[in-house]
Design a protein around this ligand. Structure first.
Ligand code: BES
Ligand code: MN
Ligand code: ZN
Length: 485
């Protein structure tokens, strides 16, 4: 998909569709268009056939506007980033429903920030064009690209930046979605390792290393290995380094949970909806999505992605409730529930993260069902040992429309993890499940600024439209981008 910005004469831009964001009050470009159409748009508004309401769309065919199809896109009431994104997504989806190959998007009438708006337009078109790739021959994509029209030369320069950034974010989300949607018999820990290696191919900034179970044993990652013990699939620790800045610049470390299937282990999950546990690797997939987008943007920053990849299964070698394991940090863990496996693989990956002397560490995990109870499928849970890091991530979430909400890490919650037989238990009882899971992780992250994103609610959509969302790639990319200015 090609994106470019232009402030040339609107109707001279070659395209077969024109997307016109407008409320009931026409802005200058809409007004000019209306005049050239003998008042067709204003009369549609007057008649009530098009009200200009937020995210409303109407496709028009009026001969004479250089043969262009016009897609009216309602903007009324879109007064926040979140609402504007909904409008743009509605426009992108209406456009892709038509047989259009090349469109022009009128960058007037919605946001005053041309760079931001253009980035969301490009991102939305990329994500709206994603279709699950089942390995068979895909249909040729008919939509080829878009010109983002702006009101001035200055806005054109800003919009061009936004378009390439947003397109990369959209592609990164799609990469994460594809991995998430793949069934667990294909997307195994070894498959993820192969994909992570492929990412580095021909990319001088990227190096991928994959640690085997034997190497993890040498590192004393007894907690991580206790999860993969019950599966015939070998576990891997995937490490992807993206070096876009000088070697001395401290990296942001992203740690993504990748349980390629979570059966619960010996603490077996109930059968209903268990298929959705193929999505339990979406944290790891989002890390791969971010690296993808960093490569596409060539962002000048250092990032290390760490992906503990395992399958949680109940074979004869499986860890049993009551077993005590020793983590890489030396802390012992009483495994009271083998279905609380995410924290068991993350804690060793978080200890491993220390060696990179990180600027900050963010882990991303489909960690608890409880976060769905708290925040539904709308926002991710955010927990952090650093207020400024938490604040930055919350702001990135708002800007990118990929929001999170912070929960506390108070001592009273940590107390719930007491064990009679080890330094810590891996569950904290029925209350405050998202917080006690994060308190567990906090015991392993004392040496650096750390934030945890619980994406169990946001990483995929359930039901008829089931599918991975690619979140929180937009939030993470915004965070990284805001660090390099
Ligand atoms: N992968 C699950 C969390 C999950 C559950 C994500 C439902 C999305 C939907 C995680 O490994 C898990 O099983 N967590 C348990 C923890 C409990 C045993 C303390 C949970 O949330 O029930
Ligand atoms: Mn589990
Ligand atoms: Zn899990």
């Amino acid at each position: 998909m090609d994106f470019t910005a232009s402030s040339a004469q609107l109707l001279n831009i070659k395209a077969d569709s024109l997307i016109l964001p407008t409320g009931p009050q026409l802005k200058a470009s809409a007004d000019a268009l209306d005049k050239s159409l003998d008042g067709a748009i204003s009369s549609l508004i007057k008649s009530g056939d098009f009200k200009g309401k937020s995210a409303e769309t109407l496709v028009l065919h009026i001969p004479g506007v250089n043969g262009k199809r016009i897609i009216l896109l309602g903007t009324d009431g879109a007064d926040s980033p979140q609402k504007m994104i909904k409008v743009i997504e509605a426009g992108a989806s209406a456009l892709l429903k038509t047989p259009s190959a090349k469109a022009v998007w009128v960058g007037e009438g919605l946001s005053d920030d041309a760079e931001w708006e253009a980035s969301i337009v490009a991102r939305s078109l990329q994500t709206a064009s994603y279709k699950y790739d089942n390995g068979r021959k895909a249909d040729a994509k008919k939509f080829k690209g878009l010109t983002y029209w702006t009101t001035s030369k200055a806005n054109t320069a800003a919009a061009n930046k936004g378009l390439s950034y947003g397109s990369a974010v959209g592609n990164g989300m799609n990469a994460a979605r594809q991995l998430g949607n793949l069934p667990a018999n294909i997307c195994t820990p070894s498959y993820l390792a192969t994909q992570a290696k492929a990412l580095a191919k021909g990319q001088p900034k990227v190096t991928t290393t994959v640690l085997s179970e034997a190497q993890m044993k040498t590192l004393k990652m007894g907690s991580l290995l206790s999860v993969s013990a019950g599966s015939d699939q070998p576990g891997h620790l995937i490490v992807i380094k993206y070096q876009g800045a000088k070697v001395t610049a401290k990296p942001v470390v992203l740690v993504g949970k990748a349980v390629t299937f979570d059966s619960g282990g010996i603490s077996l999950k109930p059968g209903a909806g268990m298929d959705e546990m193929k999505y339990d690797m979406c944290g790891g997939a989002s890390v791969i999505g971010v690296i993808n987008a960093l490569i596409e943007t060539q962002m000048p920053i250092n990032v290390v992605g760490i992906i503990p990849a395992v399958e949680n299964m109940p074979n004869g070698h499986a860890t049993k409730p009551g077993d005590v394991v020793t983590s890489m940090s030396g802390q012992t863990i009483e495994v009271l529930n083998t279905d609380a496996e995410g924290r068991l693989i993350l804690c060793d990956a978080l200890t491993y993260a220390e060696r990179f002397k990180p600027d900050s560490v963010i882990d991303i995990a489909t960690l608890t069902g409880a976060v769905i109870g708290a925040l539904g499928k709308v926002g991710a849970g955010l927990l952090s040992n650093d207020d400024s890091l938490a604040e930055e991530l919350l702001n990135s979430g708002t800007r990118s429309g990929d929001r999170a909400w912070r929960l506390p890490l108070w001592d009273e919650y940590d107390d719930l993890l007491k064990s009679n037989f080890a330094d810590i238990a891996n569950i904290g009882g029925p209350q405050a499940g998202t917080i006690t899971a994060a308190c567990f992780l906090a015991r392993f992250t004392k040496k650096y600024r750390w934030a945890h994103l619980d994406i169990a609610g946001t990483a995929w959509v359930s039901g008829g439209e089931k599918g991975a969302t690619g979140r929180p790639v937009p939030m993470l990319m915004d965070y990284l981008r805001s660090k390099v200015g």
